[in-house]
Design a protein around this ligand. Structure first.
Ligand SMILES: NC(=O)c1ccc[n+]([C@@H]2O[C@H](COP(=O)([O-])OP(=O)(O)OC[C@H]3O[C@@H](n4cnc5c(N)ncnc54)[C@H](OP(=O)(O)O)[C@@H]3O)[C@@H](O)[C@H]2O)c1
Length: 200
């Protein structure tokens, strides 16, 4: 996070990080040579359709794609030095299905999914588990404009932990599993279903 809260838990060392700043990312990787698991959770959702402000689309691409890519690049050699380990990228089911009111977010997550697959191939020989996590809506600040039921962040975290233990590469927490199956079966039908979706 760019604005982390201090922790009183002695097991937790808090570091400030802006993933859009290469010097921050490289500095962190250099300070943490013992890391064996990296969870790239940082992300932004600006909202805005294809004709929304370009600045919003650029920030989403800079953070969700280039920022996550910078983390993967910086920590790949650290993970290799520690036996392979794991790299977990928090993407979104919207990486596979465009949602018109968040078109540029969907595009940035689609780019991040493609990148994650390439990183997986590139790091296979060093034994790194490279995971793409693709939830639907999660009950956080990001999704506060979205009505209806959402997964809790704890449910997503638990699913990720189980997936790490089982070595699963593509992870669909909760209802995302059914959505992913529907996208496989009828991609155009799913696209039409989301065409009328509006954020409050
Ligand atoms: N909520 C959902 O419905 C949902 C669904 C699918 C996937 N996701 C994904 O899940 C991940 C977590 O999102 P969330 O729901 O917890 O969203 P959130 O409530 O908006 O939190 C986003 C987090 O990312 C950090 N962040 C943003 N830009 C950053 C940067 N440049 N450098 C470092 N940290 C940065 C924020 O901290 P600072 O602002 O302090 O930096 C914050 O901790 C994201 O990748 C998101 O795209 C969320």
């Amino acid at each position: 996070m760019r604005t982390p809260q201090p922790s009183t838990d002695p097991r937790i060392a808090v570091e400030r990080l802006d993933i859009t700043k290469p010097a921050d990312v490289e500095g962190l990787a250099a300070r943490l040579p013992e890391v064996s698991l990296v969870v790239n959770n940082a992300g932004v959702l600006q909202g805005g359709g294809v004709f929304g402000p370009l600045e919003s689309a650029e920030l989403e691409m800079r953070t969700n794609y280039f920022g996550t890519l910078a983390m993967c690049r910086a920590f790949a050699p650290v993970l290799a030095a520690n036996g392979g380990g794991g790299l977990v990228n928090l993407l979104s089911i919207l990486s596979q299905l465009p949602m018109p009111p968040a078109a540029s977010y969907s595009a940035s997550k689609a780019a991040a999914l493609s990148m994650t697959r390439s990183v997986r191939a590139a790091l296979a020989s060093q034994g790194t588990l490279v995971m793409a996590v693709m939830p639907a809506f999660v009950d956080t600040d990001m999704a506060k404009a979205v009505p209806g039921e959402k997964l809790s962040p704890e449910q997503v975290a638990q699913t990720v932990i189980t997936a790490i233990q089982e070595g699963i590469e593509d992870v669909y927490p909760g209802p995302a599993a059914q959505i992913a199956a529907n996208i496989q079966r009828d991609p155009r039908g799913m696209e039409r279903q989301l065409a009328g979706f509006a954020l409050e």
